[in-house]
Design a protein around this ligand. Structure first.
Ligand SMILES: Cc1cc2nc3c(=O)[nH]c(=O)nc-3n(C[C@H](O)[C@H](O)[C@H](O)COP(=O)(O)OP(=O)(O)OC[C@H]3O[C@@H](n4cnc5c(N)ncnc54)[C@H](O)[C@@H]3O)c2cc1C
Length: 387
């Protein structure tokens, strides 16, 4: 006969210790609630990403932990970005970031953030722990763990387990829609010519229209950058595109990239990962659960960035968690307040970006037009607001 299962009970369990899950946990630090973060990976772990952190990622974390931005800026792997440069047909436009943005390898940043979570007495972190099944009952949620007798129980569950979220599949019936999903690849290159540590760069080519190749500097290395490229998944399958071949082709058909990378060496493999676009709002909550970050599909359809919305949704979910415990109400109807807040604060802008992206993608010569129009400062500002 097997041993009786060990039951670990919490008020809140957060599945996933990426930026969304960690931010949600930190936002619950002074609530007196007993919180667990469960992640299938051992940390430090990598996450395929462009690693560009828009202002709102760091601003949101700093609104919860006031010293966060100062500490993060001093971290040796952090690059401070002040500008972004767009290239097309030999011309380039420079945008100045409103406030500073950052890059930091996800291997480092996610570990830095999760270590901050571990300092909180009311939060327990379990890494290398893979949940298998989520069962919602009238008074609790049960989480069984793969290859383990330990059972976790909580009053409220948060799905922060990324683009392939098992919480979203099991509790919100989430399926993959290729029209709202990108395939993306990234690697690192060193020895890049004329790479500025305070400037992110994106390269457009008419062959790939609005899908740009990004070059984001990595701090403290030999002119090194994170370099990557993504395409809509439905286009990849319809047009039978091999994404890795398309990535290397980009350097051959863009003279300015050829020049910039003439002495560069690739460092490490070209790795692929999915991006679930925030272009349609699906189920994001239900009885005793909420989804945040990539699990709720909150990536910007134009820029492909999702860390900012992952942390903002983590903070919004924490506000809803506090209300649920105050009112002792964990019902689907009560949880719907989170859907409304998420729609107002995040989806409205994402859907506007998606519509703009769809419209622009149907207009031939749109990039020529945008590059011509951005001579006017007010148009430049409008373009900047969409990403
Ligand atoms: C190629 C590429 C480039 C990108 N570039 C950028 C960029 O430059 N800037 C930007 O802001 N965004 C970028 N994104 C998007 C960004 O990576 C995500 O939006 C962001 O990581 C979402 O954070 P999250 O916390 O929701 O999920 P994640 O960061 O994916 O974290 C999820 C966590 O859950 C864990 N997990 C996964 N499955 C399970 C499971 N079954 N059980 C338990 N734990 C699990 C994982 O180990 C991970 O720690 C890019 C994405 C890709 C693919």
């Amino acid at each position: 006969m097997g041993n009786a299962a060990e039951i670990k009970e919490y008020d809140v369990i957060i599945i996933g210790g990426g930026p969304g899950g960690s931010c949600c946990a930190l936002a619950l630090k002074d609530t007196g609630l007993k919180v667990a973060v469960i992640d299938k990976s051992e940390f430090p772990r990598d996450k395929v990403c462009g690693e560009l952190m828009h202002r709102k990622t760091i601003e949101t974390l700093t609104s919860i932990v006031p010293e966060f931005e100062e500490e993060f800026k001093k971290y040796p792997k952090t690059s401070v970005l002040k500008h972004t440069r767009m290239h097309y047909k030999g011309k380039s436009i420079v945008y100045d970031w409103v406030g500073e943005s950052y890059t930091c390898p996800r291997l480092e940043f996610d570990n830095f953030l999760l270590n901050r979570v571990k300092q909180e007495a009311n939060i327990s972190v379990f890494t290398g722990t893979t949940p298998e099944k989520y069962t919602v009952a009238a008074d609790s949620v049960t989480v069984t763990i793969k290859n383990s007798d330990i059972i976790f129980k909580c009053k409220l569950l948060i799905g922060a387990d990324g683009v392939n979220s098992v919480v979203a599949k099991q509790l919100a019936d989430k399926t993959l829609n290729r029209d709202h999903y990108l395939g993306a690849v990234r690697t690192y290159f060193s020895n890049i010519t004329d790479l500025r540590s305070d400037t992110s760069e994106v390269f457009f080519n008419s062959k790939f229209h609005l899908n740009c190749l990004w070059v984001f500097p990595v701090q403290g290395k030999n002119n090194m950058a994170n370099v990557g490229f993504g395409l809509l998944s439905s286009d990849i399958s319809k047009k039978k595109i091999n994404l890795k071949d398309a990535f290397y082709e980009y350097f051959k058909i863009s003279p300015e990239l050829g020049e910039k990378f003439k002495n560069a060496q690739q460092e490490g493999p070209l790795e692929g990962f999915g991006v679930s676009l925030g272009s349609a709002m699906g189920i994001v909550s239900g009885d005793r659960f909420m989804l945040i970050g990539d699990a709720a599909s909150l990536t910007n359809p134009i820029s492909g960035t999702g860390m900012g919305n992952a942390v903002v949704s983590g903070k919004l979910a924490a506000d809803q968690i506090k209300k649920c415990f105050e009112e002792n109400n964990f019902s689907k109807e009560y949880m719907h307040q989170y859907d409304v807040i998420l729609e107002q604060n995040i989806y409205k802008d994402l859907i506007a970006s998606y519509k703009a992206q769809r419209l622009f993608s149907k207009i031939p010569f749109i990039l020529d037009i945008v590059f011509w129009l951005t001579r006017y400062e007010w148009i430049k500002k409008k373009v900047q607001r969409l990403v």
